[in-house]
Design a protein around this ligand. Structure first.
Ligand code: UP6
Length: 276
């Protein structure tokens, strides 16, 4: 799939959220997702309104907002319509099926009601997908499994990564892809098994930065060229690379960085497609 254009993949994808994301990437010429890891509602909305024109997707950690009120979700949704991006709540569910279904649908945040995409750790086994699918499928949502992580010393590797891909393959209607550092094509295919050639998992990749290699807390950064062109990933997820560390809310600078990462991500995609 990674040698087809985003637009070609959009026409074939069975999941509505995946199709919507691929169409948005293609329309906006942006494979950039900005991860808005700030703790005040006003800063959250300001960063999103600034980077909105440059992104296909906004990634949230809604549970870090200190002054959360339900109206924040109305504002976020309004910005997603204004700027034409999808919303990915990076919840990293990791409990039994019944509990994740409740965490996804209920509580203060009611994630399933507004996030087009969320994600889960495969650690509980297939029931984490079944539990989330019971809530998300009727709402046309999509799930990513964390097959790998960007952190130094991650345990998500080897047989764990292979099993994550098998879990996805067993639920292709709801699982639209992975958080991973490279393409997962051919992963988890046992001897004698044939991989479905129509399979198209999206690879969304954090740990992307143009200026630094790490953050001193285990995060490891690679460039958009390494991630999209060399490793075949589909979407770059950038947080502090766009708004700084500590977060600078200088609107012009945030806009400049969002534009810079959008261009770097798109150039890396054009590089991958070169001569195809
Ligand atoms: N994230 C990672 N690595 C993973 C999975 N998720 O960094 O393997 C998330 C973090 C953070 C964002 O939770 O929200 O991606 C990366 O932010 P940064 O660009 O500021 O490092």
């Amino acid at each position: 799939a990674f040698l087809q254009t985003y637009a070609q993949r959009a026409t074939k994808h069975a999941n509505p959220a995946a199709r919507h994301l691929l169409e948005t990437i293609s329309r906006k010429q942006s494979n950039l997702a900005v991860s808005v890891d700030v703790t005040k509602s006003a800063d959250f909305l300001s960063v999103i309104d600034t980077v909105g024109p440059y992104v296909c997707l906004i990634k949230t950690h809604i549970d870090i907002i200190e002054d959360f009120e339900p109206v924040l979700i109305d504002r976020l949704t309004a910005l997603s319509l204004k700027h034409d991006f999808l919303i990915f709540e990076d919840r990293k569910f990791a409990d039994i099926g019944n509990t994740v279904a409740l965490q996804y649908s209920a509580g203060v945040h009611k994630i399933a009601s507004w996030a087009h995409i969320t994600n889960a750790h495969p650690v509980p086994g297939p029931s984490v997908v079944t539990g989330l699918a019971s809530v998300g499928t009727p709402l046309n949502r999509g799930l990513l499994l964390l097959a790998e992580m960007s952190t130094a010393g991650t345990l998500a590797r080897g047989a764990y990564t292979e099993d994550a891909v098998r879990m996805a393959r067993a639920n292709p209607d709801f699982v639209i892809g992975f958080i991973a550092m490279r393409r997962m094509d051919g992963f988890g295919v046992r001897d004698g098994e044939v991989q479905n050639s129509e399979e198209d998992f999206l690879i969304l990749t954090p740990g992307v930065g143009l200026d630094v290699k790490g953050d001193g807390l285990g995060q490891q950064y690679r460039t958009p060229m390494e991630v999209i062109s060399q490793s075949g990933c589909d979407v770059i997820i950038v947080g502090r690379g766009v708004y700084g560390n500590p977060a600078s809310l200088d609107v012009d600078e945030v806009r400049r960085q969002a534009d810079r990462y959008r261009k770097a991500g798109w150039d890396a995609y054009l590089d991958r497609m070169k001569g195809r």
